[in-house]
Design a protein around this ligand. Structure first.
Ligand SMILES: C[S@@+](CC[C@H](N)C(=O)[O-])C[C@H]1O[C@@H](n2cnc3c(N)ncnc32)[C@H](O)[C@@H]1O
Length: 251
């Protein structure tokens, strides 16, 4: 799927929320804990998708805002969080004034921006001088059970698996924050277990964005590759990982 195309994200918004929305919770928790976020902290989520991080932050008492270029994602986030300031737009042009937030976060989204550094500069601009900027995304393929399944699907299609982007490797996010003029105050790797209740959930989660015909054709490949992650009761647990980095402006 073309991750930079908002219409593609709109088309999968409901499926994204169902299969993957709450999934990065361990990464959100690490970032908010390390930043010292507390009730009243003003948080912006850049590339907020269906609003799952916003819901998590709101439950911790934070004041929440989000932005996403996919109209259906924004609709879902607004419906779930009527009190949040959720806007349609992209990371490269944040429609908030300088220093408006205590923390700006982007999870699994910043690499879709046309220019990652420009997007990061916008996150820095809308954050207070003492505030935090945090970025998180998938760790390199070797850290993720999902990778074995994606590789099997790619090979069945006669394709080579996509190489990992720079930000997924150890040190990649720290380098990005450094290039953006930030001082890294914390960085790490968190494990994210992904559960699928049955074969259908597994196949639809992994093949999100594919049409029904393609899902039916690729399902046997997905199921065969996932056999080692299947439990006796027919569920699946894939252990994957996200990397995150948290920065502030140098004092
Ligand atoms: C993989 S989803 C992640 C959504 C959410 N952050 C989450 O963790 O569930 C990627 C999101 O990035 C958004 N996106 C794509 N290009 C973007 C851009 N230039 N600026 C901000 N968000 C973007 C997509 O619309 C989509 O909602």
């Amino acid at each position: 799927m073309d991750g930079a195309d908002p219409q593609r994200w709109s088309a999968v918004a409901e499926g994204w929320a169902r299969y993957w929305g709450a999934y990065p919770e361990p990464a959100w928790r690490a970032i908010l804990d390390l930043s010292g976020a507390r009730p009243g902290t003003r948080l912006l989520d850049v590339g907020c998708g269906a609003g799952d991080l916003l819901a998590y932050a709101a439950a911790r008492g934070l004041t929440t805002a989000g932005i996403d270029p996919a109209p259906a994602m924004v609709e879902l986030a607004r419906a779930r969080l009527p009190a949040a300031d959720v806007r349609l737009g992209d990371a490269e042009g944040l429609p908030w004034p300088d220093g408006h937030f205590d923390i700006a976060v982007s999870v699994n989204a910043l690499h879709f921006a046309e220019d990652t550094l420009d997007a990061l500069a916008e996150m820095v601009r809308v954050t207070t001088l003492a505030g935090h900027v945090a970025v998180a995304n998938w760790a390199e393929a070797a850290q993720n059970d999902l990778n074995a399944i994606e590789e099997a699907v790619a090979r069945a299609d006669g394709e080579e698996p996509q190489p990992d982007g720079e930000l997924r490797h150890p040190g990649g996010l720290e380098r990005l924050l450094g290039e953006g003029g930030l001082q890294v105050v914390a960085a790490g790797l968190v494990e994210l277990p992904w559960h699928a209740a049955d074969d259908d959930t597994l196949v639809r989660g992994v093949l999100l964005g594919e049409d029904e015909e393609t899902v039916a054709a690729k399902a046997p490949v997905v199921l065969a590759a996932a056999r080692r992650y299947r439990t006796e009761d027919g569920r699946y647990c894939l252990v994957n990982a996200f990397r995150y980095a948290l920065g502030t402006r140098p004092s």
